[in-house]
Design a protein around this ligand. Structure first.
Ligand SMILES: [Zn+2]
Length: 471
């Protein structure tokens, strides 16, 4: 059979099974599997475990062997005793957030060719699709040289402790394909640095300061409740149209509304924390110490490049460093805290960046705390596997795309011999269903364009078989 005939057979098989697949996906989307660490007998919470058990049950009904690595990662294969190629997806999702317009986040809704619901895109759609790809290869009797194993994790969005646990305890695969990004191939992921900038002094005039609900989402809402200093008067007209004010007795509440975005692309959102600090500075209500802190937070979020923290860096191979303040709050001592999510150039040195950020924070009456670093992933763009996957994708999609680098963090950065491959990023028709800030991964009204998942499955299968011959 030629490759073209094989591709047609795949397309035919997928056509027949796609409706069934979509129904299974809807069941999975109904599970609010946001990972958490505080429930007994379930390392990432009962809902994540339920999602994992659901997929285990489905896989076993297809005749696959399954096993879970301490309820953290589910493995599915025809023969689990052999290692070869790992295909990775995750079943946990980011928190639902507010402001969904078509349906509730965990009540999937089909709207035309779209399936709307938290996790449809990231990453439950691809997870179910990959299981069906295995089923397809099995039913069509297509053998790979290297046994293929599907690995489904349940702590990707929050901490990736699932995959780290896996790598520590399980033997290595020759190749890992992570189906959690766009086609064709993601050959590198920027480093991720998270930290908190904390004010040295309590912010005396603040009763509340809060924004954000996850480290990797640029927040669309931020609030401050201010106890104005004696004699201060509010300069309301200067606050900007995205900031509202509300008197609460003697206190004044400022609420800023921005546009959420994934922190890997902070420039595509409007950071509500920046709107808020800007407005608070102009309001005339802050005391001197709080002003200084707010001004520093404001500069940190001024561009999305980390310029104010001395860490801006950009080049073609290593990518652009981005920096976003994604959460803000007052701690028990009333110190203001700004959580940073930084995606850094593949060739930047995290230690140097941290030293520079500590120095500059110190100069601004703050310190740097709770620093964590996830080192970048890099596989040369001209390596045989990357080339083969890219060429195969282009041949069968009719597109001409190049392997790329990204700021997003997937399992690839934690796994040996890993690249990102699919299953998103295929062109889709224009639609006015989703205004800005809606419809994408991590956004409200997260939606999956079903015809593209269908196409993606055949393309993924072709790539998988091509890579199998290279290793
Ligand atoms: Zn994902």
């Amino acid at each position: 059979m030629t490759d073209t005939e094989l591709f047609e057979r795949f397309t035919g098989w997928i056509d027949v099974h796609f409706e069934e697949l979509t129904k299974e996906l809807e069941k999975l989307v109904r599970m609010p599997s946001v990972s958490r660490y505080d429930e007994k007998d379930a390392p990432y919470g009962r809902e994540c475990l339920r999602a994992l058990e659901f997929m285990r049950f489905l896989a076993e009904s297809f005749g696959f062997q399954t096993s879970t690595v301490d309820d953290r990662v589910l493995e599915i294969s025809e023969d689990l005793s052999k290692r070869g190629i790992g295909v990775w997806c995750h079943l946990d999702v980011v928190p639902a957030g507010e402001g969904w317009t078509y349906t509730r986040p965990f009540e999937p809704l089909r709207l035309g060719d779209y399936l709307i619901g938290r996790g449809t895109n990231d990453n439950k759609g691809p997870a179910v699709a990959c299981l069906y790809i295995l089923k397809m290869l099995k039913e069509l009797g297509i053998r790979t040289r290297n046994p293929v194993r599907l690995c489904l994790g349940t702590d990707e969005e929050k901490g990736m402790s699932d995959v780290q646990y896996y790598v520590r305890t399980q033997p290595e695969d020759k190749l890992n394909l992570v189906a959690d990004c766009g086609f064709p191939v993601c050959y590198a992921e920027k480093g991720i640095l998270e930290a908190e900038i904390v004010s040295d002094e309590p912010c005396a005039c603040l009763e509340e300061f809060r924004a954000g609900m996850a480290g990797n989402i640029v927040p669309d809402r931020a609030e401050m409740l201010i106890r104005p200093t004696e004699g201060a008067c509010l300069h309301k007209e200067e606050l900007g149209e995205n900031v509202s004010t509300n008197a609460e007795g003697r206190l004044v509440r400022l609420t800023a509304t921005g546009l959420a975005a994934h922190s890997a692309h902070p420039e595509s959102g409007v950071n509500a924390i920046r709107l808020l600090t800007g407005a608070a500075l102009k309001s005339g209500l802050l005391d001197g110490g709080t002003r200084r802190v707010a001004a520093f937070f404001d500069r940190v979020n001024e561009d999305c490049l980390g310029t104010a923290l001395g860490i801006a860096c950009s080049d073609e191979v290593g990518g652009v460093t981005t920096c976003a303040g994604t959460m803000a709050f007052l701690d028990a001592d009333r110190r203001a805290r700004l959580h940073l999510n930084i995606r850094f150039n593949v060739r930047s040195d995290a230690k140097q960046m941290i030293a520079e950020m500590e120095r500059i924070s110190g100069e601004n009456g703050c310190s740097l705390q709770n620093v964590s670093v996830s080192e970048p992933n890099y596989c040369p763009p001209d390596s045989p596997v990357v080339t083969k996957l890219t060429d195969t994708f282009n041949r069968f999609s009719g597109l001409e795309k190049k392997a790329y680098l990204m700021g997003g963090g997937t399992y690839a950065r934690k796994l040996p011999n890993a690249v990102g491959f699919g299953m998103g990023g295929l062109p889709k028709p224009e639609t006015d269903l989703f205004p800005e800030g809606h419809g994408g991964a991590h956004q409200k009204d997260e939606a999956l364009y079903l015809p593209n998942l269908k196409k993606a499955m055949a393309l993924f299968a072709m790539g998988l078989l091509a890579a199998d011959k290279e290793i």
